[in-house]
Design a protein around this ligand. Structure first.
Ligand SMILES: *[C@@H]1O[C@H](CO)[C@@H](O)[C@H](O)[C@H]1NC(C)=O
Ligand SMILES: *[C@@H]1O[C@H](CO)[C@@H](O)[C@H](O)[C@H]1NC(C)=O
Ligand SMILES: *[C@@H]1O[C@H](CO)[C@@H](O)[C@H](O)[C@H]1NC(C)=O
Ligand SMILES: *[C@@H]1O[C@H](CO)[C@@H](O)[C@H](O)[C@H]1NC(C)=O
Length: 464
């Protein structure tokens, strides 16, 4: 997570349904607000396309009448001559999703996720978000009902211990039937207990303040102790690692040392560090991994498995491990995996990968769960476009988690959309308690849902 910045995720392509059932709606015939019909860029269909998405309120509003309530796969045909952009799709005034529109100078179709349409009149809006794209038309095709999942619950680590096996197996038993509630940070979790009246099933904690470049500047952490205590109460633990660069921190007023996991706070160059194993900076990376191994060992000894999510949000490039593109990020992930599992014999981990794009995927042999982080303020939709992209990423062979979210999902929409996130973890502080990302009433209703599992409901999960 980047504090104070809206983090985005990436929707890849899913296949569209059979051509004969597909409806095409031309943008130039829709209701336009703040945008205009244009014809300068050749190759569009119909009589033009829509241009001029330059302010946040700009919108194309399509109307579509149906005789049957069901999910539709949405396709968006666009042109992106001004670089990578995002748009925001809202159906019937609620439940939107952010859709990635990668740079292109040809008219290109992207999967826009699914939209739930009602009997009668429906509206589908394309909203500006990160603008300067051109829209030609959208397509709607009834979604095929998805078959049973093909996921494996066999850990990628061949030496996974009984605790790691039990955790992945447990996730397999609830996958598609329930979602585990989760909360980042002990104080925020306590806030949920006090104010919502239920305790999340998962505590999210961070290895951030355990490594040398931070400890030497005064940082310290008790997150491992908190994890041990929460596990003793029957809860599940997930660790992220805001890995401060081991060296090369600017440590200025604008880029203080404690923000040293950000690309713009360090000149640490992952590509150079990984060039060979004798490089001094390679050695520093290994030292940091070894430091974290000491902490993980405490959890392993205590019988606590961990949903471990190193090198998170790599594809966003805002963290130094993603800054040089997918290859060094994947390489470092595999180094972390092998150092911990094979060298340190840390075998209590369920390995969680956290980027959606195919070219960032480090491989089926080192990933137990795929996940994404998504932040859409006040939107309690199922994040189905991202879910479907993750399904495609691992061809439905890996369980899928919502590793960080801002606004909680409506459980009814999760079921309707078959967006089978196995857990969610709300980010800390204002995201959970500030009232603008989630109202207290909504949190009470989500936490009270039969679909959502809380700490009291997962007791004894290791033997379930
Ligand atoms: C859609 O339904 C509305 C309300 O019944 C009607 O006014 C409108 O003409 C219909 N539109 C189309 C394209 O059939
Ligand atoms: C290690 O990284 C630091 C910080 O970016 C850099 O100044 C130094 O030259 C690097 N060392 C080597 C041996 O590449
Ligand atoms: C990092 O190192 C690589 C390989 O030497 C180089 O191509 C790249 O430009 C460097 N990146 C930065 C931001 O210095
Ligand atoms: C994806 O899974 C399906 C069903 O299990 C299988 O038939 C297909 O070969 C798989 N595709 C790839 C690319 O692995």
């Amino acid at each position: 997570m980047i504090p104070g910045v809206l983090v985005s995720v990436f929707a890849a392509c899913a296949s569209l349904a059979a051509a004969q059932t597909t409806t095409t709606l031309q943008a130039e015939s829709a209701t336009l607000s703040g945008v205009t019909v244009a014809t300068a860029v050749a190759g569009y269909s119909g009589t033009g396309y829509v241009d001029g998405f330059d302010t946040s309120t700009d919108e194309i509003r399509f109307t579509f009448n149906t005789t049957k309530a069901q999910l539709y796969d949405l396709g968006i045909v666009y042109n992106g001559p001004n670089g990578d952009k995002y748009t925001y799709v809202v159906s019937n005034g609620a439940g939107g999703s952010q859709i990635s529109l990668p740079a292109t100078t040809t008219w290109t179709t992207v999967a826009g996720g699914q939209v739930l349409l009602n009997v009668g009149v429906n509206t589908i809006s394309i909203q500006s978000n990160w603008g300067w794209y051109l829209i030609d038309y959208i397509t709607l095709a009834p979604s095929a009902v998805r078959g049973p999942h093909q996921v494996t619950t066999k850990n990628v680590d061949p030496n996974a211990n009984a605790d790691a096996k039990a955790l992945l197996e447990y996730l397999g038993t609830i996958y598609g039937k329930n979602i585990l509630s989760g909360q980042q940070d002990q104080d925020s979790l306590d806030w949920v207990t006090t104010n919502v009246g239920k305790t999340p099933a998962i505590l999210g904690v961070d290895f951030m303040d355990y490594t040398e470049s931070r400890i030497s500047r005064g940082a310290s952490s008790t997150d491992v102790d908190k994890a041990l205590a929460f596990a003793a109460k029957g809860g599940i633990i997930t660790f992220v690692w805001h890995w401060g660069a081991p060296v090369g921190l600017y440590d200025t007023e604008d880029h203080p040392w404690w923000s040293g996991f950000y690309t713009d706070a360090t000149d640490f160059n992952i590509t150079n560090a990984l060039v060979d194993t004798t490089n001094a900076n390679y050695t520093l990376l290994i030292q940091d991994i070894d430091t974290i191994a000491v902490q993980l060992k405490k959890l392993q000894t205590a019988g606590v498995p961990v949903l471990f999510r190193p090198l998170h949000e790599a594809e966003g490039k805002w963290f130094w491990w993603g800054a040089q593109g997918p290859e060094p990020a994947k390489k470092l992930y595999r180094i972390v995996y092998h150092r911990l599992t094979n060298y340190h014999k840390i075998n209590n981990l369920v390995w969680v990968w956290n980027s959606v794009a195919k070219d960032w995927y480090p491989g089926d042999d080192v990933v137990d769960i795929v996940s994404a982080d998504t932040y859409a303020q006040g939107d309690h939709g199922p994040i189905s476009a991202t879910y479907n992209s993750l399904l495609a990423l691992a061809n439905d062979t890996k369980i899928i988690g919502a590793a960080e979210i801002g606004s909680v999902m409506d459980p009814d929409l999760l079921k309707t959309y078959q967006a089978d996130w196995v857990y969610f973890c709300v980010w800390s502080g204002d995201y959970i308690s500030g009232g603008s990302w989630n109202s207290l009433d909504l949190l009470k209703s989500v936490y009270g849902s039969d679909y959502v599992l809380t700490l009291d409901e997962i007791q004894g999960w290791k033997t379930k």
